[in-house]
Design a protein around this ligand. Structure first.
Ligand code: ATP
Length: 214
């Protein structure tokens, strides 16, 4: 079975993330979607939720959805993880034959050559590039070359090899961003229906993202 890593800050997880994960689960033949919140150093400027709270919200959000699982490994480390290290770990757990993929939005893929060890990442996993509204593909030359060399033409190809392909997918996505969710909460406005009800309740009950409660 294909394992797909979907990393992010998830501060908080919102319906844009969750719909994308469900779409991928269905289009990739029941792939296991691992939502992986990253470790983030404490930051003073912006009120954000701490790791334990981000993880708690994520767990509540996917509780009834067996195709989506929460993978806390990066959060549990006391430092920022590099994607290559995480994929390496997953690869050693899954073995060399199991298909593994990572998801990046077009915004991230447009700057993929800035990522630590980016050229080696396809040696560990397939890469799934999803269109993020407002970010058309605009690839620097070396990334365009990688795509040309490794492009998959159909999602089913990802099931038949362990790693090495790049699949560009157009998904119907929701235009929701966590930044916007946080600023609504900070302004005392409702975030209901942008996030699952369980997350809405946690944000409300704990007063998350309100100025002075970071
Ligand atoms: P922020 O606004 O704080 O930057 P974000 O909403 O972009 O947060 P992240 O947690 O950084 O969310 O994103 C995790 C992953 O989900 C990234 O790959 C990002 O491109 C993707 N993503 C975020 N929002 C959406 C959305 N509405 N639809 C599809 N993918 C999304």
């Amino acid at each position: 079975m294909l394992n797909v890593m979907l990393g992010g800050t998830f501060d908080p997880v919102h319906n844009g993330h969750l719909r994308m994960a469900v779409e991928l689960h269905e289009r990739l033949d029941g792939a296991r979607l691992r939502l992986m919140p990253c470790h983030r150093p404490p930051h003073r400027d912006q009120p954000g939720a701490d790791g334990v709270t981000r993880l708690g919200m994520l767990r509540e959000a996917v509780a009834d959805e067996p195709g989506l699982i929460v993978d806390p490994r990066e959060l549990e480390q006391d430092r920022v993880s590099y994607t290559g290290e995480t994929l390496q770990q997953l690869r050693s757990e899954l073995g060399t034959e199991t298909p593994l993929a990572m998801v990046v939005g077009t915004d991230a893929f447009n700057a993929f050559d800035q990522w630590q060890g980016w050229m080696q990442l396809p040696e560990l996993a397939h890469i799934i590039v999803v269109n993020r509204p407002g970010f058309p593909l605009a690839l620097p030359e070396p990334v365009a070359t990688m795509l040309e060399k490794r492009r998959a033409t159909d999602a089913s190809e990802l099931q038949y090899s362990a790693n090495g392909l790049v699949l560009v997918m157009e998904l119907p996505l929701l235009e929701i961003a966590a930044t916007d969710v946080r600023s609504r909460a900070a302004a005392g406005r409702s975030i209901r229906y942008l996030v699952p009800d369980a997350v809405w309740r946690i944000v409300r009950d704990q007063g998350l993202y309100r100025p002075g409660t970071g």
